[in-house]
Design a protein around this ligand. Sequence first.
Ligand code: SF4
Ligand code: SF4
Length: 198
Amino acid sequence: MDIEISKETPEYSHDFPQHLCNMCGKCCKAITTPYTYEELQKLAKEGQEEAKVFVDIFKRYPSTEEAKKAVPDHVSNILKQLKKNNPNLNESKVVFYYCPHLTEDNKCSIHSIRPDCCRRAPRNGWSLFPENCGFKGWQFQQKERVKSTVRKLKEYIMELELLPQNTYIPARNMTAKELIDYIKEKIKPWNKYGAELW
Ligand code: SF4
Ligand code: SF4
């Protein structure tokens, strides 16, 4: 069973409604990744596609302070969110990047060939975007949809746990135990956002 996000609300009628972008340009001016600069370089050299694109496109700010100067609210917000997960975070160790392809009037100068990560941003409801981002409502909605789906999957697990674990589930061509494990794997990526408590 895949985690699917329904599309019943007309205003947000597809997964990446780019028209919601108000072109503030902040997400192109400050971006960070969970990797250190060196790890990112290494991954790119090893051929990891996302890392390669990232290294090709984005430029590194010389320091967190420089990033803060460029986009104070966005960078502060990112640091605040990162600190929630890691209270001992050393702000100065967080590497921020900017995109040199953003024009002065906040347009993408390589729009038609912009990388996939830009086409699909914000990737999900938890992506760290600025407070005034046009996708704020969309992100909220995405989070609620994912939470609802995960809750339904957990209910399904509870139903499956009531069965003898070797019961065959024809629709899935699995035993109850196999299906439970499969669903748990599907939920796992959301644990970093708190899915264990949903
Ligand atoms: S932060 Fe949001 S509104 Fe601003 S440019 Fe990025 S996607 Fe658009
Ligand atoms: S490639 Fe375009 S959309 Fe992507 S970060 Fe740069 S300016 Fe923004």
